[in-house]
Structures are given as C-alpha cells and as structure tokens.
Design a protein around this ligand. Structure first.
Ligand code: PLP
Length: 459
C-alpha cells in the first residue's frame, strides 16, 4: 500500500494522554465482567477506543483557549451569541436552540412537529432519533435507497433517499399525515454513507410540492460535504463551507449532535427558520434543557463549539479525517475482511454476517465479534446489528436489520495511522481464526435502547 495517498496529520501534538497496556488474561476477565458488552468495559482497560466518534474528539489549542473565555451568566451569555452567529454563518438557519446533546434536540423537534399517528420517513433509522419519533406517536418509515442495505455494493451516495419510496408514502398516506422528512447527512447505520446534493435538492422539490417540511440530522454534515466535494460532479472547486451552506439551504431546520462534527465533547442544537416553531421550541427547551441561551450547555462549551465548527469546515482537517477512515478500510480490504463498502466518513463497519457465517443472527455475531476483538487487542468497537435494532413495539419480535455489523469508529484528531495498523492487524488475525468466535445469548435485556446495558454470555 502506498502511504502517499493518505494525507499526513495537518496538526501537531501539544498534550498527550497515556493509555494502559493490558494482557490477554486481563482482557478476558474484563469482557466477562462486562457481560460481553463493549459499552460496559471500563475505559481504563481499553487501549484504542473505537467505540464511537461521539464526544471523543480532541479539541484544538484555540478551543481550549475558548474554554477559558466562558461567560457563565445564566442568561444572555456572549458565548451563545458567538455560537448563534457561527451557525447562522455556516448553516444559514435563522434560529438556533442549544441543547445538551443531539437527542435533546431530537426530543424537542419530535414533541413539536409530530402528531400521534403521523409518519416520519427517514433515510434509515438512528437509535435515539427513532426513539423520540416513536415516543411521540410517530411512525418511522425507512425510505433510503435499497442499495444501502447491501453491505458489499460499492457505489457512491448510498445514503440517498429513494424518491419513489417517498412519493409512494405521501400518496398512500396523504401529505397531512407526514410529520416531516428526516434526512440524515451522513447515514450512520448505513456505514456513514453520504447523501448527494442532487438528492437533497430533489427531496426538497418533492416536499415543496406537498408542503412537507424537511429536517436534516446534521450530525456529520461536514463529512458529507467532503464526499460531495470529491465525488459529485460540479463541486470539486467549491469550498467545504460553500457545500455545507448549500446543503442546508434545502432544509427547514436540523438537529445537531455537537459531539460529532462540531469537534467538541458535549453539546448539540436544534435549528429552524420558522418563527412560530422557534417560539414553541424556546418554551419547551426551558422544561427539558435550560434557558434558550444555554439549553444544557455551559458558556465555555458553547464557545468551544463555535470555534470547533469553524475548524471543522477547513479542507485539510476534513480530508485527513475521512482519509484516515479510508486507510483503515483499505488495510482490511487488502486482507479480504468483509465490510460495508465504500468506506464511510466516520467508521469502518465490518460485515459480521460474512465474517462469522457459522453464527445465526439470533446468536448475535456482531456483538460477539466486538467482544473477541477486544480480547485480541484491547481495541474497543461496538455492535450495530440486531442488538442495536431492538424489538418491534407491537409484536415484541427482534427487528432484524439486514446489516449486522461491528463498527470501528474513529475519534477526530485522536489516533495516528500507526494506531490504525494495530487495529487492522488485530481484525485480520481474528479473521484468520474466525471459526473460534462463539455465539452469545442474553442474560439481561433492557426494554429501551438495549444495546447500551444488555448482558450476555457465550453459548
Ligand atoms: C449521535 C447521533 C445522534 C444523537 O446525538 P447525541 O449527541 O448522541 O444525543 C443523532 N443522530 C445521529 C446520526 C448520531 O450519530
């Protein structure tokens, strides 16, 4: 493999965090104690933590300086105005309501914009997003293009909405029974797959024709913009800033998890253009989060977020970020490890169905693979498959997603290419001995978002 195709780090390291090296015996004991659930491992027992890219970002010296500039006034903090101005400048929305993280914004939007019994079409589900939609009486409908469910199909913009599916749903149920369209950029559970600008434009046009609102899940919008720049015709010469701005011009608002593309460790926000919706959101945010000028965030956190957002749209940063993910994917691909293709923006998703063909989906192959990877190497990953998908509210049966995956998620600006080699070597070693991976069964299954706290044992 030629390293020159992957950009070197566009930063240097000013502070380091020492990590513990563990023995195989220690890791076996730790994973048993955690009920084979990588969410329940102590971070101190993890060498390379690829559990999530959520809130695990390394902040810059400028952001840390911003932390010292926190204005912790209860109301009207200057950091809020800085954040508001930054979001207006980059996204173009008129109103912003800060929240403690992305799901806080999802809670507000779902309560305000969904009437019980209404449909909420989206390009594949996300755990907390769908939870809030259903909790408020909404019926989630997946309208992502079919190809997104096929892990091995290597095509661009696998996150696109299938316009025929959307149109059919509107015609069948009636436009008044659609709460709004939820369009995620990128699509996390499809493998971090991006949505094309063309698709956003077409979704907007179709929804305009029926007077239906479109809200983006903006969580990884900058990664999405990078893919548009390098893959969609007409965008090569546009800046990431320009692309992000155009993307949001097709939305009525968005929910944002600041823990991802805003390059901070906590925070989120809800945006909208509609004045009435903004008034209602301000009333509701006081109940669940805090005053509309902090909504669950400290002044310093809003400052770090405003600075992080500006850094996130710099080309050198986002190119390195997405290409690091590509590097890990390329190393695994070279060794024949099955995964979702093409590599997405934040993570490599190993295809556990093809990795462990000897296990049935009810034996939780991805959950077990994640546990085994930890034992092999001290690398922490997570299951995104049948366990994450949960059970149908009405029938009580498991949702059975086509994609049964282990996600190796890269924190932003945290690990080097050499760390990624350690990860790749461990996965490749496991792949050579895959028959030894055993199935799992539940010993404790929580009712909501079960993947966070479920306990398992080996069959
Ligand atoms: C993380 C995430 C959320 C929820 O955000 P939190 O900050 O974790 O509450 C919503 N949508 C997507 C696609 C996410 O990845």
């Amino acid at each position: 493999m030629n390293m020159n195709q992957y950009p070197a780090e566009p930063f240097r390291i000013k502070a380091v965090e020492t990590v513990k090296m563990t023995t195989r015996e220690e890791r076996i004991a730790a994973i048993k104690a955690a009920g084979y659930n990588t969410f329940l491992l102590n971070s101190a027992d993890v060498y390379i933590d690829l559990l999530t890219d959520s809130g695990t970002n390394a902040m810059s010296d400028r952001q840390w300086a911003g932390i010292m500039m926190g204005d912790e006034a209860y109301a009207g903090s200057r950091n809020f105005f800085h954040l508001e101005e930054t979001v207006r400048e980059l996204f173009g929305f008129r109103h912003i309501v800060p929240t403690h993280q992305g799901r806080g914004a999802e809670n507000l939007l779902s309560q305000l914009a969904i009437k019980p019994g209404q449909y909420v079409p989206g390009n594949m589900y996300f755990t907390t997003t769908r939870f809030h939609q259903e909790h408020n009486g909404g019926i989630f409908v997946d309208i992502i293009r079919d190809e997104a469910h096929d892990a091995s199909l290597n095509i661009d913009f696998k996150g696109d909405i299938d316009l025929n599916k959307l149109k059919k749903l509107i015609e069948e149920k009636g436009a008044e029974n659609i709460a709004y369209v939820c369009l995620a950029v990128t699509v996390n559970l499809a493998g971090g797959q991006p949505v094309s600008m063309k698709n956003m434009r077409e979704v907007r046009a179709l929804c305009n024709a029926y007077h239906i609102k479109v809200f983006f899940d903006a969580t990884r919008c900058v990664e999405n913009a990078y893919f548009i720049k390098v893959k969609e015709s007409g965008y090569a010469d546009k800046s990431i800033r320009e692309i992000v701005f155009e993307m949001f011009s097709y939305a009525d608002g968005c929910t944002m998890s600041g823990k991802k593309d805003c390059l901070v460790n906590i925070g989120g926000f809800l945006c909208m253009n509609d004045d009435d919706l903004f008034e209602s959101a301000k009333e509701l945010v006081v109940v669940y989060e805090g005053m509309p000028s902090y909504g669950g965030m400290a002044g310093r956190d809003m400052e770090a977020m405003a600075i992080g957002l500006k850094e996130s749209v710099e080309f050198e940063y986002i190119e390195h970020r997405v290409m690091q993910v590509r590097y890990l994917g390329d190393r695994l691909k070279e060794a024949g490890v099955p995964m979702i293709e093409p590599a997405g923006g934040h993570a490599i998703f190993i295809d556990a169905r093809r990795f462990c063909p000897h296990l049935k989906q009810e034996e939780f192959p991805a959950q077990s693979l994640a546990a085994n990877l930890y034992v092999e190497s001290g690398v922490r990953s997570m299951e995104r498959g049948i366990v994450s998908a949960g059970r149908d509210k009405i029938t009580g049966e498991h949702h059975r997603p086509k994609l049964e995956t282990v996600r190796l998620t890269l924190p932003r600006r945290v690990y080097t290419y050499r760390h990624l080699d350690v990860v790749a070597d461990a996965v490749i070693e496991l792949f050579k001995n895959k028959e030894k991976i055993k199935g799992l069964k539940f010993i404790y299954e929580p009712k909501q978002l079960r993947f966070f706290t479920a306990l398992f044992e080996e069959i």
